[in-house]
Design a protein around this ligand. Structure first.
Ligand code: UD1
Ligand code: CA
Length: 488
């Protein structure tokens, strides 16, 4: 049935979204790593429309820039002044006909602020519209609390007769629990003349798209309604409370899908996964873990608790505990954390380890190499099998420029070494604990870059007499003498 391919989807997004109290246009607020309008565009693409046109108005510069980035294939039209949903659709139809070689057919109208709408529901709406031969088909829902919404008024045969906005409704209409979700399919041939007949004689003085329903019925065109199976789908985001509500529902949907495909989650209510994340079966996610951006996690990896990974790649069987990472690659069976900070360009090799209180940036840790404790590794390359002692710092910044350091394979860098870049420590080389390494260390050499220790005997008793330290030293000396006497 090629004729059922929608001629266009029109997405209304010109409204101000005042109740968000935000400098960001409402439809650009995000849940699960995608803007509200991005979610609607995704649902719209499911029915493969010939055109998608977004009506923009308030905050148009930001909205247009965003659309250019996430949906360059979508057309846009500016509604300079917002005279209502009917006005917005008329402008969109005008643009489609004038600029986009529009061919008549089913036209879907959606709102830019309903991120939970699914592609399946849009497809079901189109399917119902095509098979019923109605001039218009709207999506409705039965709500416990229908206040604020337009009510679906049916005649004695149960056919849709009109939609009456809440603020224009009398008491008997306010009793109707079936509401208009604000998502429709129209036949373009019937829609165009009906749009021209919309008035603005209502409480808001606006041109209501919903009036098209009464106009079509008055001309004996059939209008049908499809009830959405899950009323969460039509949740419109008008304020930050609804934004959080939508985010939770989206989180649960995403988590359910991953659990059903083999991912374990100890606490799905504190596990947040963006829409672009990809997980293999047998991944385990521990509480308070967020996987954001296009993060991927391979099988048998265990992430969390308390971990946030943004745009990271995690290999098979890796373990990542209490970690904050962005644009990092964690190799198969690697171990990261607890309390590890991986910044862009950190690459942890196979079986490698970045341990507690380690920060890495633009640095590669070779296969089986370890940075177990308290280190900063910036702009460095560490060879396979090398061990970096506790509290080693890669000194990459001279105050003006960043420099790179290289440590070869199977090297042993002593604890608290300062590796002052640019510098190279050769394969199999050692550094003495506490060294400041400023010159290259040849393969197999031991670098000692620190002052030799000298002990000044009796200094404390002479220079800090009467202190607890002096007393402790004196007691120790006495003990040595006593035990020496009895032992002998
Ligand atoms: C609309 C419906 C109502 C339905 C509800 C569902 C009308 C008259 N009423 O009411 O029956 O129950 O949606 O959520 O349509 N917009 C524009 N340009 C405009 C006006 C609005 O682009 O001139 C956009 C808004 O940004 C928003 C959408 O259209 O995305 C809906 O407009 P809104 O004013 O929120 O309509 P509601 O009062 O919610
Ligand atoms: Ca609304």
């Amino acid at each position: 049935m090629t004729e059922s391919r929608p001629a266009a989807v029109i997405i209304l997004a010109a409204g101000e979204g005042k109740r968000m109290k935000s400098s960001t246009p409402k439809v650009l607020h995000a849940i699960a790593g995608r803007s509200l309008i991005g979610h609607v565009l995704e649902a719209a693409s499911a029915v493969d429309p010939a055109h998608v046109v977004v009506v923009v108005g308030h905050g148009r510069d930001q909205v247009l820039a965003h659309l250019e980035e996430v949906a360059p294939w979508a057309d846009t039209v500016v509604q300079e002044e917002q005279h209502g949903t009917g006005h917005a659709v008329r402008i969109a139809m005008g643009a489609l006909i004038a600029e986009h070689a529009f061919t008549p057919g089913p036209v879907i109208v959606l709102s830019g602020d309903t991120p939970l709408l699914t592609g399946q529901t849009v497809a079901a709406l189109v399917e119902a519209h095509t098979s019923s031969h109605a001039a218009a088909t709207l999506l409705s829902a039965v709500l416990d609390d229908p206040s604020g919404y337009g009510r679906v008024v049916r005649d004695s045969h149960g056919a849709v007769e009109a939609i009456v906005e809440h603020r224009d409704a009398d008491a008997s209409i306010l009793d109707i629990a079936e509401i208009n979700a604000g998502m429709y399919v129209f036949d373009s041939a019937e829609l165009m003349p009906a749009l021209d007949r919309i008035g603005s004689d209502n409480d808001q003085g606006e041109q209501y798209l919903t009036d098209v329903v009464g106009i079509l019925r008055a001309q004996s065109h059939p209008v049908s309604a499809v009830r959405v199976p899950d009323s969460a789908e039509i949740l419109g985001v008008n304020d930050r409370v609804q934004l959080a509500e939508a985010a939770q529902i989206m989180r649960d949907r995403i988590n359910d899908r991953w659990m059903r495909s083999g991912v374990s989650m100890l606490d799905p209510t504190t596990t947040w996964i963006d829409v672009d994340v990809d997980l293999e079966a047998d991944v385990t996610l521990l509480p308070q873990t967020s996987l954001l951006g296009p993060t991927t996690v391979a099988s048998m990896a265990r992430i969390g608790p308390g971990t946030t990974l943004t745009s990271c790649e995690v290999g098979e069987g890796a373990v990542v505990i209490h970690t904050w990472a962005n644009l990092a690659v964690i190799g198969p069976r690697a171990s990261v954390g607890p309390f590890t900070y991986l910044r862009p360009g950190a690459r942890i090799g196979v079986d490698a380890k970045a341990g507690a209180f380690v920060e890495m940036k633009n640095a590669e840790l070779g296969d089986g190499a370890k940075v177990p404790h308290l280190s900063y590794v910036g702009d460095a390359e560490i060879g396979a099998g090398t061990n970096i002692g506790a509290a080693t710092i890669f000194v990459n910044y001279d105050g003006q420029q960043k420099h790179r350091a290289i440590v070869g394979k199977h090297a042993r860098v002593g604890s608290d070494t300062m590796i002052v870049a640019p510098v190279t420590i050769g394969d199999g080389a050692y550094t003495a604990a506490g060294s400041v390494v400023t010159e290259d260390v040849p393969p197999g050499a031991m670098a000692v870059g620190r002052a030799r220790q000298r002990n000044i005997d009796g200094w404390v008793e002479r220079r800090r007499p009467g202190t607890a330290s002096a007393q402790a030293a004196a007691e120790h000396d006495a003990g040595e003498t006593d035990s020496g006497a009895t032992d002998r």
